[in-house]
Design a protein around this ligand. Structure first.
Ligand code: FES
Ligand code: FE2
Length: 351
């Protein structure tokens, strides 16, 4: 039997206001972030990226080793966007000091100087994407699907987009069971299930049927025989793992919400599937999965403009209860702490 989540709030309680919704989650969670595609950082290349209020310099040495530094030189603060990769080191543009990939400043004879160090970030590369960890040592590995084994999982970058919506509003949208019907034209076939796969993740799993009639809806309906099983897992606040069975093979999206200044978010993602025997066929399946997912997300775009997200006032519908659980999860997310160069900027000389 098909049951939609009740959209109407019961009338037996006193009206609630937004005042009870408390504070916003941390601006920058401690987590892995997708900061660039591998092809953007070839050997000898340096790029800089912003995440919240911090700058990160990302480079690949001539031997192919990746490194991520605080974006300003620890010597006197030159922006490392002007630096050059020289062999295995980075050369700052202001005084030509060389910094090795571990962040050690080198003396002219090539030995490390003991009294100056460039702050570094853990960096990893997978599926054509470069991940940087912000907020000290990683407490977990890079996100991976669990409906496909690591050996069978094949993925590639799926582009990026910027929105004026904060990271937690984007995540909350993925967990909003009520808008599945009103915005995405997907009807829940049974009550969604919530779980906590580990101490940093929150998951919701559900089955839906298509009620829309667009081309993507019709393709989805046919592929899935109108029975789409999907789960959304949020990992350390800003990573979203989307796993769905809508056809013969599962499709997977891993999205990284990179907070930007002014409450904006830059979303980067990868799309993946269970690899088959034909690379050509796998490539076509990836394209189809990406198109279907983008068509699904396109319905959110306009509505998101100007959104000031907060948890719902009541918990009368199951959708509202899930969102409140998500909000409780958000409030436990650990922040990344100050940027390495933040101390000097805020304290100034001599303090
Ligand atoms: S500021 Fe970078 S070497 Fe002096
Ligand atoms: Fe949505």
């Amino acid at each position: 039997m098909t049951t939609a989540i009740p959209a109407v709030i019961a009338l037996d309680a006193a009206p609630a206001t937004r005042a009870e919704t408390a504070s916003a989650p941390v601006a920058l969670p401690r987590n892995w972030y997708m900061l660039a595609e591998s092809r953007e950082v070839s050997r000898g290349k340096l790029v800089t990226r912003k995440i919240a209020d911090r700058e990160i310099a990302l480079f690949r040495t001539q031997a192919g080793v990746l490194a991520a530094f605080d974006g300003h030189c620890a010597h006197m603060g030159c922006h490392l966007r002007h630096a050059a990769v020289i062999g295995e080191n980075l050369r700052c543009a202001l005084h030509f000091r060389h910094i090795d990939k571990q962040g050690r400043f080198l003396r002219p004879d090539g030995t490390p100087s003991p009294d100056l160090r460039q702050p570094t970030y853990p960096v990893a590369e997978r599926h054509g994407m470069i991940f940087v960890h912000v907020g000290g040592e990683p407490k977990h590995d890079l996100p991976m699907p669990d409906i496909v084994s690591a050996e069978e999982f094949m993925a590639r970058p799926a582009g990026e987009f910027r929105t004026d919506t904060p990271w937690y509003a984007l995540i909350a949208n993925g967990f909003d069971m009520e808008h599945l019907l009103s915005v995405h034209q997907r009807e829940l076939k049974e009550e969604a299930q919530v779980s906590y796969p580990d101490t940093w993740s929150y998951r919701i799993a559900y089955r839906t049927a298509v009620t829309g009639t667009s081309l993507a809806d019709r393709v989805m309906k046919r592929m899935s025989r109108n029975d789409i099983r999907a789960s959304m897992t949020v990992i350390s606040g800003t990573t979203m793992l989307v796993q769905s069975h809508a056809g013969p093979s599962p499709s997977i999206f891993i999205l990284s919400m990179c907070p930007q200044e002014g409450g904006e978010t830059l979303v980067r993602g990868i799309v993946g599937l269970k690899a088959g025997r034909s690379r050509i066929l796998d490539g076509l399946k990836l394209r189809l999965a990406q198109w279907l997912f983008k068509s699904f997300l396109a319905r959110d775009y306009g509505i998101f403009e100007g959104l000031q997200w907060h948890p719902p006032a009541h918990r009368h519908s199951s959708g509202d209860r899930f969102t409140h659980q998500l909000y409780d999860y958000f409030m436990q997310i650990e922040g990344a702490g100050p940027a390495p160069s933040e101390g000097f900027r805020t304290q100034g000389i001599g303090s």
